[in-house]
Design a protein around this ligand. Structure first.
Ligand SMILES: *Cc1c(COP(=O)(O)O)cnc(C)c1O
Length: 427
């Protein structure tokens, strides 16, 4: 390779990988093993004491997963990363390392629905208290900060699409609060947006979505930006206090700018156990090789579909940050100029009945609750994911009776539009 830093497409294929030292295998092998034989007693002791890097047990490290971790860290521009069983496991791992019972964290209201549930219910039962904010209203976010605020959590490109968060403004608030900014970069991926360049201290991913990209494997990741000083205050004891099980080691002192990733691994993965399978790491690595090609095609197709729907007489509105008139268009141009992602919502003039009809009549689109597949996906939230809510609650959650969400795939755009056209004609 040249002396210049490799570009994004090169990193997507090569970062972290080399021919297998044992066999010469060019693709990263699947090390489908739970455990690894020690060289001798001294090496075993140094591995257990964190004095040497190496493999002990796949709950904590695995060679296939290590390639995935290095690749995600390189694409995001972080110092280190670790992979987890799912995106939610990544979020659990981050907060487990940061919070003690009774602590608070601030989170944007515009998040993936599963994250809203995780924060409202399971995290509350651990004594981790979420304070919801409207990330569009910077003053109200500032006012939500208290002495107990230990983290700020946002999505770069927020669910259900079309909403871009002002990452630099949120990073400023987090810095003033003495707390790290955590950015969920699932919907944008590092191809569209690199939150660390805008002040994020920690990036989390559901690799299940666009990173893996084929709708076949669950996975998550935590990326350490290496930017946060964990020992400046006494607020993050997992990183700044001596660890009795590691001979009194202070993780931030020993591991410096990748201490957060180490803590999530040697405390979080060790004790919470949400490890990814080596097979899934292999599938996700294979997906990431084509991330730049897929993401650009997703965005190009989504923009054409959004434009088509904007001009259709049965459509009341389209919310996609890539459209010039959209409220988030300026933020999209700043934070993700290559495209606004593949997920967005639109409203049908015919309301609830029209939404049900549309998802029943599509043929190429799959009617299901996922995003980030090569295939085009569609859902009518009011009759599925949000059906238990009242009409008023549905509207407040952005899932009013008329709302349809699509995740535009990478098929030929003429076929995607053709499918919507034939289904809309039947309404
Ligand atoms: C899917 C998703 C998650 C959760 O990830 P899983 O892999 O399903 O656990 C978190 N954040 C966003 C934005 C998501 O789309």
């Amino acid at each position: 390779m040249s002396e210049n830093k490799p570009g994004f497409s090169t990193l997507s294929i090569h970062a972290g990988a080399q021919p297998d030292p044992a066999t010469g295998a060019r693709a990263t092998p699947i090390y489908q093993t739970t455990s690894f034989v020690f060289d001798d007693v001294d090496q075993a002791a140094s591995l257990f004491g964190l004095q040497a890097f190496g493999n002990i047990y796949t709950r904590i490290t695995n060679p296939t997963t290590a390639v995935l971790e290095e690749r995600v860290a390189a694409l995001e521009g972080g110092t280190a990363a670790l992979a987890t069983a799912s995106g939610h496991a990544a979020q659990l791992g981050v907060f487990h390392t940061l919070l003690q019972p009774g602590d608070e964290f601030i989170a944007s209201k515009k998040l993936y629905g599963g994250s809203i549930n995780q924060f409202n219910h399971s995290f509350k039962s651990f004594g981790w208290n979420v304070i919801w904010v409207d990330a569009d209203d910077i003053d109200s976010v500032k006012k939500a900060v208290t002495e107990k605020t230990k983290a700020v959590f946002i999505e770069s490109l927020a669910n259900p699409g079309g909403v871009v968060t002002d990452i630099e403004a949120m990073a400023g608030i987090a810095k003033d609060a003495g707390a790290p900014l955590i950015v969920d970069n699932t919907m944008a991926t590092p191809y569209l947006c690199r939150p660390i360049e805008h002040g994020a201290d920690i990036v989390v991913h559901s690799l299940t979505k666009f990173m893996g990209g084929h709708g076949n494997s669950m996975g998550g990741a935590i990326v350490d930006a290496g930017s946060f000083n964990w020992t400046e205050s006494k607020r993050y004891p997992m990183l700044s206090e001596p660890r009795p099980e590691y001979d009194g080691m202070v993780l931030h002192e020993t591991f410096g700018n990748f201490a957060f990733a180490i803590a999530c691994r040697v405390l979080g993965l060790r004790d919470l156990g949400a490890a990814i399978s080596p097979f899934n790491s292999f599938m996700l690595l294979t997906g990431i090789e084509t991330l730049p090609l897929r993401m650009q095609k997703h965005c190009d197709n989504a923009l054409e579909v959004a434009k088509y729907l904007s001009g259709h007489d049965k459509i009341a509105w389209v919310r996609y940050a890539g459209l010039e008139g959209d409220a988030c268009h300026a933020l999209q141009q700043k934070y993700m100029p290559k495209g606004a992602g593949a997920v967005f919502t639109f409203g049908l003039k015919g309301g609830y009945e029209a939404g049900v009809k549309l998802v029943s009549e599509v043929e190429l689109f799959s009617h299901l609750a996922n995003i980030g597949d090569t295939r085009s996906l569609i859902i009518h939230p009011a009759s599925t994911t949000h059906r238990q809510l009242s009409d008023q609650q549905k509207t407040a959650a952005g899932a009013g009776p008329d709302v349809v969400r699509v995740s535009v795939g990478i098929e030929d755009v003429a076929d995607i539009i053709g499918d919507l056209e034939q289904a809309l004609a039947k309404i």
